[in-house]
Design a protein around this ligand. Structure first.
Ligand code: NAP
Length: 347
C-alpha cells in the first residue's frame, strides 16, 4: 500500500528531517512540499537552507515548492500531511486543510493541549488517537489533526512512562537543549557560542503540561491529566542536535536504581515501520558520563531515547536522558504518528 504525503513547512530544520526520513519509506510517497511565499515556485534545492542535515535526495531536489494552502497542493492528490510550520502560521493554516478533509500530523505547538486533539507518542498512548472521533463531532472537520509533543517533552516522557509503575509523584527536570531546536534562524551564533541561555520561551510550561496529558488516562471522551507534579527548567546550550535532560523523580514506592534501569530498558517499543527495536537504551554505572549529545543522539538512527546516570537520592531517584530533537523530537515523532494513523485506519 502506498500513501501519498505532503510536508507543510518543508524547507526548515524539521522539514529537512522529514525529507530525510521519508526517503525510501516503505509506505509513504512524498508528493508535495510547501513553504513560505519567499520559497513558492522555487525548486526544493533552491529554497531549502540546507546547512545542518544530510544531502537532498535527487527526486526531492527538483520538486517545486508549493503555496501552503489547500489550493497550493490540490493537484498532488495527497492522503496525509506532515506539518512543520511555525506555530503561529500553523494555527492559521492547519484548519483550512482540516476543513478540506486532510489528515494532518503536526509538530507545531498550537492546539497540543486542546481537549479534542490527540497528543500522541505511539509507544506511550496510541489509544488517545481515538480523540479524533470527539474532534470530528466538535469541529465538524472531515479531516483529522494529531499532534506530537514538544522535543524536550518527548525526550522525557518515554522514561517517565517506563517508571510510572512505581507510583510517580513528582518530576523536576532541567534541560540542556541544542540550537537546532530553535529552527534554522532561531539563535544567532553571537548569542550562543561560549554561552548558555537559561530561558526558552514557553518551553517550560509545554513540558509541564504536555507530559501530564501524554501520561493521562483517556476514557473515550476526554483525557484526565496524570497527577504527578512536573517542574521544568530549560536551557539552550551550544550543541547542534540532541537535547540532554537531568531528571529528579519521586515515587510512592521506593524503586532501586536497578529496578528503574530494568523498567526503562525493557519498555516496549511500537510495531510501526519507523519504530526503534528498543525504545530506551540505558547506560549502567560503568559508564557514568553517558548519554552525551554528540555520542548518543544517533542511537536507533535518532529514533530512540538514551538514559543513564540512574542513582538514588534522599527523596527518590535521579537520571539523565537524551534524544535527537529534530528526529525523535520532531519529524520522526510526527512520522510515527502518521504511521499510527495508517495502522488505525484514519488514512
Ligand atoms: P524553521 O527552521 O524556522 O522552518 C519553518 C518552516 O516553515 C520553513 O519551511 C518555512 O519556509 C515555513 N514557513 C515560515 N513562515 C511561513 C508562512 N508564513 N507560510 C508558510 N510557510 C512558512 O522551523 P523548525 O525548527 O523546522 O520548526 C517547525 C515547527 O516544528 C515549529 O512549530 C517548531 O516549534 C516545531 N518543532 C521544532 C523542533 C525542533 O527541534 N526544531 C522540535 C519540535 C517541534 P521558508 O523556508 O520559505 O521560510
Amino acid at each position: 500500500m502506498s500513501v501519498r504525503v505532503g510536508i507543510l513547512g518543508a524547507t526548515g530544520a524539521v522539514g529537512q528531517r522529514f525529507i530525510q526520513l521519508l526517503d525510501n519509506h516503505p509506505t509513504f510517497e512524498l508528493a508535495a512540499v510547501t513553504a513560505s511565499a519567499d520559497s513558492v515556485g522555487k525548486t526544493y534545492r533552491e529554497a531549502a537552507k540546507w546547512r545542518v542535515n544530510t544531502p537532498i535526495p535527487d527526486d526531492v531536489a527538483d520538486m517545486e515548492v508549493a503555496e501552503t494552502s489547500p489550493a497550493g497542493i490540490a493537484d498532488a492528490d495527497v492522503d496525509l500531511l506532515f506539518s512543520s510550520l511555525p506555530s503561529g502560521v500553523a494555527a492559521e493554516v492547519e484548519p483550512a486543510f482540516l476543513e478540506e478533509g486532510y489528515v494532518v500530523s503536526s509538530n507545531s505547538s498550537n492546539d497540543r493541549m486542546a481537549m479534542d486533539v490527540p497528543l500522541t507518542i505511539p509507544e506511550i498512548n496510541p489509544g488517545h488517537l481515538d480523540l479524533i472521533e470527539v474532534q470530528r463531532d466538535e469541529r465538524g472537520w472531515d479531516g483529522a489533526l494529531v499532534k506530537n509533543p514538544n522535543c524536550s517533552t518527548i525526550t522525557l516522557v518515554p522514561t517517565l512512562a517506563a517508571i510510572d509503575e512505581f507510583g510517580l509523584e513528582s518530576v523536576n527536570v532541567t534541560t540542556l537543549q541544542a540550537v537546532s531546536g530553535a529552527g534554522y534562524s532561531g539563535v544567532t551564533s553571537m548569542e550562543i557560542i561560549d554561552n548558555a541561555i537559561p530561558h526558552i520561551g514557553g518551553e517550560e510550561s509545554k513540558m509541564e503540561t504536555e507530559s501530564r496529558k501524554l501520561l493521562g488516562e483517556f476514557d473515550g471522551a476526554e483525557v484526565a491529566l496524570h497527577d504527578a507534579d512536573v517542574a521544568a527548567s530549560c536551557n539552550r546550550i551550544p550543541t547542534l542536535d540532541g537535547h540532554l535532560e537531568n531528571v529528579f523523580a519521586e515515587f510512592a514506592d521506593d524503586p532501586s536504581p536497578e529496578e528503574l534501569r530494568e523498567a526503562m530498558s525493557s519498555f516496549e517499543s511500537a510495531d510501526l515501520p519507523s519504530s526503534p527495536d528498543q525504545l530506551i537504551k540505558v547506560y549502567g554505572d560503568d559508564e557514568p558520563d553517558r548519554p552525551q549529545p554528540r555520542l548518543d543522539r544517533t542511537y536507533a538512527d535518532g529514533m530512540g531515547i538514551v538514559a543513564g546516570g540512574v542513582q538514588e537520592t534522599n527523596a527518590g531517584a535521579k537520571y539523565n536522558c537524551l534524544a535527537h530533537n529534530t528526529i525523535r523530537g520532531a519529524a520522526g515523532a510526527s512520522l510515527l504518528n502518521g504511521e499510527l494513523l495508517v495502522e488505525q485506519g484514519y488514512v
